[in-house]
Design a protein around this ligand. Structure first.
Ligand SMILES: [Ca+2]
Length: 325
């Protein structure tokens, strides 16, 4: 790991025009009906906070970089000592870019659709020669965890915990499968940018978007938040744990503002040589499909190594200090 770059906070605070108030309260977090890492369901209490209505866009991130000169993880050379198994080509600055397969492939092997592309970064989402012209209002991608954290610090905000993110994504609907209710496509209408067809080779584009969509292309949830399902995965500040904690035995003991498991529990057990801890990402992306990964749901979660810069991961911020409305 390369240590983070000190970032000066932005002098003027955001007007907050694009933030919505999330009231907080006690809710049932997780799901017992989907993937094992979402279980068990358990009660959690979060305080109220303001949340960005949209994920951070390329234009937002460009303003941050212009003001601070910040260099993202994907733009920096890698230290071979951190990646003992990596071939030299993988140590050039770059990021993982999704590449559609030409036909059905073994879905257990991520290399069939993820390619490490030297020169890929937030300004060059598909690699050298690509750019973000006409993508100003798309979510920024290829941001590693510390890149998201640095932006949040500059904006005078923070990254949400998993509990805050999930409470917000539920939009006030208790225990619903999706951010908008129980039906995936009410009236046949796509509610999020996901993948229709056989992943990772057949994209039927029913929702109109092959990769990222401009933020706010689909209806907001009950709190006025856009794209809490699909489009891009969103970083949270929690270390990943393979299971949730059990529900509290009594109402008095429901965890308040939990902040995830210990860092030691977050490592990938199948790669003991790689000591890169993992944070929880939420919301799923334009690559999630029923044929591969049904994770465009508020309870869904995935571990992500903190140095991961990928073409389907972005973030949004919250503000815990701004006064309640
Ligand atoms: Ca799509």
């Amino acid at each position: 790991m390369i240590s983070g770059i000190a970032v000066v906070p932005r002098p003027e605070r955001s007007s907050g025009a694009d933030e919505v108030w999330i009231p907080g309260g006690t809710f049932v977090m997780g799901s017992d009906r989907h993937y094992p890492e979402e279980a068990p369901t358990h009660r959690v209490t979060v305080d109220g906070f303001w949340m960005d209505a949209h994920t951070v866009t390329n234009a937002d991130y460009a303003a941050f970089v212009a003001a601070t000169g910040y260099v993202t993880v994907a733009e920096r050379p890698l230290d071979p000592r951190d990646y003992p198994d990596a071939v030299p080509e993988l140590l050039k600055p770059g990021a993982l870019v999704f590449r559609k397969a030409s036909g059905p492939v073994d879905k257990r092997d991520l290399k069939n659709w993820w390619r490490y592309v030297p020169g890929a970064d937030w300004r060059h989402p598909l690699g050298p020669g690509s750019g973000i012209e006409n993508l100003e209002n798309h979510p920024v991608v290829h941001v590693a965890y510390e890149d998201a954290e640095a932006y949040a610090a500059w904006a005078g905000k923070a990254l949400p915990t998993e509990a805050e993110w999930e409470f917000a994504a539920r939009g006030g609907l208790e225990g619903a499968t999706y951010c908008w209710g129980e039906e995936f496509e009410p009236g046949g209408k796509p509610m999020a940018n996901t993948w229709q067809g056989e992943f990772p080779w057949q994209n039927l584009l029913k929702d109109g978007f092959e990769r990222t969509a401009p933020v706010g292309s689909f209806p907001p949830n009950g709190y006025g938040l856009f794209d809490m399902a699909g489009n891009v995965w969103e970083w949270t500040s929690d270390w990943f744990a393979a299971r949730h904690s059990a529900d509290a035995a009594k109402a008095c003991c429901v965890p308040k503002n939990p902040r995830g498991g210990p860092i030691e529990g977050s490592y990938e057990p199948r790669q003991p040589n790689v000591r890169i801890p993992r944070k929880v990402v939420k919301g799923g992306s334009f690559l999630c499909s029923p044929s591969y990964c049904m994770r465009y749901r508020p309870a869904a979660r995935q571990p992500q190594m903190i140095d991961s810069a990928m073409s389907h991961i972005g973030f949004r911020c919250i503000d815990r200090n701004r006064r309640a409305p």
